[in-house]
Design a protein around this ligand. Structure first.
Ligand code: SAM
Length: 218
């Protein structure tokens, strides 16, 4: 066996171990993975987006076909449940997470590492909050999301990047310098999708990019 395949196996084993540790922490309830539509809409508002998730979904009603909504890192999938409660058969909700929720709150739940598992196609709305920094590989994730969107679809993605700890820049989760550079430099059009990005800076140290919100339209 050559050098590169060995490196690849080591890398994948390391990734699997990291994700297993993270999954355990969430399963034990050490980290918060609960959410609601109103929380997400609050995040959107803080990031300068006037529309709510419900607005993005209802703008895309395509009867008789349900609007396909995908959440990456859905946690307990409460927001997806609330969408289903509100819109019934008009939506198809798909959640992806490392951890299987105790109650499945989505029509479809895909268990696994969002970086590795294939995404459903022809999604009309894709969103992710408080999760993409734990997935990392932002370049691959943006590529997968642009491919998973159907024409007219929208992606609402919040990437946390870094914070100031003890006066030093500290990357969050799996984020690296490469993720930051990729996201900050992202052009206005990627893979046939238009990109609007909003960059946020750390309150304690405004030189640090704390997060980026991407609105991707196909
Ligand atoms: C802080 S929680 C946020 C959950 C939910 N989005 C919310 O805001 O309440 C992060 C979620 O991302 C999931 N997660 C972390 N890394 C992941 C990965 N590589 N693939 C899929 N899900 C992942 C975790 O299991 C967890 O449910």
């Amino acid at each position: 066996m050559g050098f590169w395949p060995v490196l690849y196996i080591v890398h994948m084993t390391d990734r699997k171990k990291k994700m297993a540790r993270l999954s355990e922490k969430y399963s034990l309830g050490i980290l918060d993975q609960d959410n609601s539509l109103s929380q997400y809409n609050g995040f959107l508002k803080n990031m300068g987006e006037p529309l709510t998730i419900e607005d993005f979904v209802s703008e895309r009603f395509l009867e008789p076909v349900p609007v396909r909504v995908l959440e990456i890192g859905c946690g307990k999938a409460r927001a997806l449940f609330e969408l289903k409660e509100k819109f019934g058969k008009k939506v198809e909700t798909i959640g992806i997470d490392l951890v299987v929720p105790k109650k499945n709150h989505s029509d479809v739940f895909l268990e696994g590492d969002a970086w590795r598992i294939p995404f459903p196609r022809e999604c009309n709305v894709i969103f992710s909050f408080r999760a993409l920094h734990e997935v990392g590989f932002s370049k691959d994730m943006v590529q997968k999301i642009t491919e998973a969107l159907g024409i007219g679809g929208v992606g609402l993605l919040s990437f946390r990047i870094a914070e100031s700890i003890g006066g030093k820049k500290s990357f969050l989760g799996e984020m690296t310098e490469a993720d930051e550079v990729f996201l900050v430099d992202l052009p206005l059009v990627v893979n046939g999708c238009s990109i609007v990005k909003t960059i946020f800076f750390d309150k304690a140290d405004p030189k640090i990019v704390s997060g980026i919100f991407l609105k991707i339209e196909k």
